[in-house]
Design a protein around this ligand. Sequence first.
Ligand code: DHB
Length: 302
Amino acid sequence: MINLKTNIASLNMENPTMLASGLMDEDAGSMKRILNCGAGAIVTKSIGLEPREGYNNPTVLDLEYGIINAMGLPNPGIIEFGQEVKQIKKLKPPLIGSIYGSNSKEFIELAEKMQKYGANALELNMSCPHAKGYGLEIGSDPKFVKDITSKVKQSVEIPVFVKISPNLTNIIEIAKSAEKGKADAIVAINSVKAMKIDIDLKMPVLANKVGGYSGKAIKPIGVRCVYEISENVSIPIIGVGGITSGEDAIEYFMAGASAVQIGSAIYYRGLDVFKKVCDEIKDWMKINKYDNISDLIGVAHK
Ligand code: DHB
């Protein structure tokens, strides 16, 4: 009997797939649709203290092997977003609130509010590749990562995950800093810093010029990051980056991930990609005689 039930920190999930932050997660209606399509948990759009418009268009472009985007953290602000969280929390699967701030004080206020509205865990965005004063600018400094993580941990009771960037030469040091700050899990990776130039217009396509690359092309980068992180920390890792099929998810489990997040693949395979990936994981496990996902985690290290 194949069992996909997964547990990360205190979160019990029916299966190891989560919605990655940034897609279909700006309001309760779209998050409900994703849960109906079989996601084991959902992560919200990254939310800050104040409402933000985001960048001008173009903000997203489908490239041959992936998707480049720079939305600019558009969000209604934590107070307004509270209504969406409260509605979603009437449903069973865990909701992970993604938050971004420019210092520990902002992260603490956001974390306390997300917890009050009913989020089951937090994902600290320390990795958005292009927002001035946020994301990667915070998440590339080991001292900030440890300090913010430990202050948030002291302010809330729900588990705290730290999402880190592949755009780092010190990814292991950053992961260890999150662990030292008592993070309950690492989420790896965010999108890869990238640019697309329109050769007829002779200018970058995105209004922000620089964006984040996601989708199929970044899977080997994510797998490598998860593999390296898992050799250096003992907290669970949630793998994300280019997961489109069950076999992609299995690759991440073998690298050391305990669960996976899916984002761009919604575009490639539709909203029910969560169910499709779970069915494909089960098929692979059946053929290869595995009953539990936990028996697959990290096997590529042996
Ligand atoms: C955005 C992009 C990210 O990679 C991220 O982590 C958060 C927000 C954005 O452009 O909105």
